[in-house]
Design a protein around this ligand. Sequence first.
Ligand code: DX5
Ligand code: ZN
Length: 222
Amino acid sequence: MIELLPSILSADFARLGEEVAAAEKGGGTVIHVDVMDGHFVPNITLGPPVVKSLRKVTKLPLDCHLMIENADAFIPAFADAGADWVSVHYEACTHLHRSLELIAQHGMKPAVVLNPATRVDLLIDILPMVHHVLVMSVNPGFGGQKFIEFSLDKIRRLAELRQQLGLAFRIEVDGGVAHDTVARIFQAGADLLVAGNAVFGAGRPEQDVRALLAAAQQAANG
Ligand code: DX5
Ligand code: ZN
C-alpha cells in the first residue's frame, strides 16, 4: 500500500492545524514530524509540545523523525505527547538496540533511519525489531533539497533483504520526494513516501498530496 506522509517542516507553522487538515484532505495518511536539535543536524525545529498540539488536531498517526543526540532521554516525552511512530538515526545512537526497545516499551512503533552514506547491510541484525526503515535521500537538516539518486539502490537492497529474511517492515523515504521523483522511488520498493516541499512549498497542500499520490499510483499500475 502506498502512503503519502506530509512533512510539516515546510508548512506554515503559524497555521499548522489548517495545513495538516488540508494535507489530510488530499489523501495524506500519516503526519511526518521532523525533530532537530542543532547538534546532530545543523538546524533546530520542534519537540514534544508541538507534537502534543498536533495530537489535538488530527487522528492520523504522528511519525516523529528524531534527528537528535541522546534520543533515549526524550522518548518518554514523545510518548506522553501522543507520538505513534518514532524513528532514530543509526548514526546518532550508540546503543541502537536499546533505543528501539525503549520506543516499543513506550507503546510506539520503532524505526531506524539511515543517512545517505550509511550502508543498508549494517541493519541486518536489528531489522526484525523495526516497524519501518527510513532511507534518507538527502542529508538531514533541511527541506527542499535535491534527491540523491543512489538512494534508489538502497531501497532496492532493503526490499531484497526483507524478502530474503521473511520480514514485513515497511520502507520509508525522506528527502526530495517530488512530482518528478515519486514514480521511481515507488518502483524501487518504497511504500511510505515523505514529502515536505512538494506538499507545502507551493501553498496548495491538498492538490499537491493528491497529485503525488496519483503519480505513485500510476507507477504502480505500470
Ligand atoms: C529533512 C527532513 C525531511 C524534510 C524533507 O531533514 O527529514 O522530512 O521535510 O523535505 P523535502 O520533502 O522538502 O525534501
Ligand atoms: Zn524527516
